[in-house]
Design a protein around this ligand. Structure first.
Ligand code: SF4
Length: 371
């Protein structure tokens, strides 16, 4: 969708009004804070397929201005690398468009659906996998779009969970979000709602008493908070405090990290991140291999390296702290876990052969095959 400057401005202002925060939205203002590298300067914001630039001052202040390789900077400062040819990459590798059952509802897996509540985010991550939609300034789902999606969920009882995603659902005002929850829960009181948001990392001050009080009115099926923390530096006191507000209200928190080259593709960084998440009552849930999305090649970690990281993490982390390393297969193939094989096969006695995490071999006789 072509970006219309007026819509861009309107939605940016709307965001500012709701959250009353300073947000950096132009290269010129960014240059007041950071000395841009050649690659960052060469980014051309006029290219339509580009995500907008938006960095809340809270997040900007976490970036070390002296370090051009700061892991937080790499996630949010646009670079010309996103505009280089990216062979094999797609606009919509997860085939969300072809799995859309209403304008804003995606039904890819039998038991869960994803609802695109809005395309707006307070901060646009340069690695975003939903670039085809995110930051296109279409705004929050209309009442009609919400109603259509709610009716679909009401008519498909096999759906037990809905992801409120986007964009960032917490850019909606509390009252707008309340209406949305009510639209679905009034038709399906048993529906589990996942609140998918990067707000605790990008702008934790959004998590107010008012928001939590509003959510607590809904005491039927549970909510789950799905966060995205990619680096331990993001786990500030404000960020963990924001998540703890949900957890204290009975809303469990799960984290989805994206494996990103130059940001977190080191075992010590991931180990630290997962342990800190768990300590702060946020379960490390997924570690995602980068999707084949146009403009994100420079973030993708070779699979061989990802597998080696997973193997080492499995040795170092407790079961609770260990996320599932997973890939969303191209052309809508869906999520599959990634791990080096621990199950090798069977021996001559028909017993299963395993490799331990230390590389030793163990056998496990299967009672049925012994008969
Ligand atoms: S917050 Fe989520 S939807 Fe928004 S840009 Fe980042 S990854 Fe994409």
């Amino acid at each position: 969708m072509a970006l219309d400057e007026n819509s861009r401005l309107r939605y940016t202002m709307h965001m500012h009004k709701i959250h009353d925060t300073a947000v950096i939205t132009s290269k010129e203002t960014l240059q007041d804070h950071l000395v841009l590298t050649e690659e960052e300067l060469a980014f051309d914001p006029s290219i339509n397929s580009s995500l907008p630039l938006s960095i809340p001052s809270y997040f900007l202040n976490l970036i070390d201005p002296q370090n051009p390789d700061d892991p937080l900077r790499k996630q949010v400062v646009p670079s010309v690398n996103e505009q280089l040819p990216d062979l094999g990459a797609m606009k919509d590798p997860l085939a969300e468009v072809s799995h859309s059952v209403t304008e804003r509802l995606i039904h890819r897996y039998p038991a869960r659906v994803a609802f695109l509540t809005t395309d707006i985010c307070p901060m646009y991550c340069r690695h975003c996998f939903r670039r085809r939609f995110t930051g296109t300034f279409q705004g929050p789902a209309s009442e009609k779009q919400t109603e259509e999606a709610a009716q679909y969920v009401a008519d498909h009882r096999q759906v037990t969970e809905i992801l409120f995603t986007g964009g960032d659902v917490l850019t909606l005002s509390d009252s707008r979000l309340e209406q949305m929850i009510r639209a679905f829960r009034s038709k399906r009181p048993d529906l589990i709602i996942r609140i998918c948001t990067r707000m605790p990392a990008s702008y934790p001050m959004r998590i107010t008493d008012g928001l939590i009080t509003m959510l607590k009115q809904f005491d039927t099926a549970p909510f789950y908070l799905m966060t995205q923390f990619n680096h331990p530096k993001e786990l500030t006191e404000q960020a963990t405090g924001a998540v703890n507000r949900f957890v204290d209200a009975g809303i469990p928190a799960m984290n989805q990290t994206v494996l990103l080259s130059g940001v977190n593709d080191e075992v010590s960084v991931l180990e630290d991140l997962c342990n800190k998440l768990l300590f702060n009552r946020i379960k490390p849930y997924y570690l995602f291999q980068g999707d084949l999305v146009e403009g994100t090649a420079h973030f993708r970690v070779p699979l061989e390296k990802g597998l080696a990281l997973e193997e080492e993490l499995r040795k170092r982390l407790s079961g609770l702290a260990m996320p599932v390393y997973a890939i969303d297969l191209p052309n809508g193939g869906g999520k599959v876990p990634l791990s080096r094989a621990y199950l090798i096969g069977k021996n001559a006695e028909n017993a299963w052969l395993f490799k331990t995490t230390e590389g030793e071999i163990r056998t496990y006789p299967d009672p049925l095959t012994q008969r």
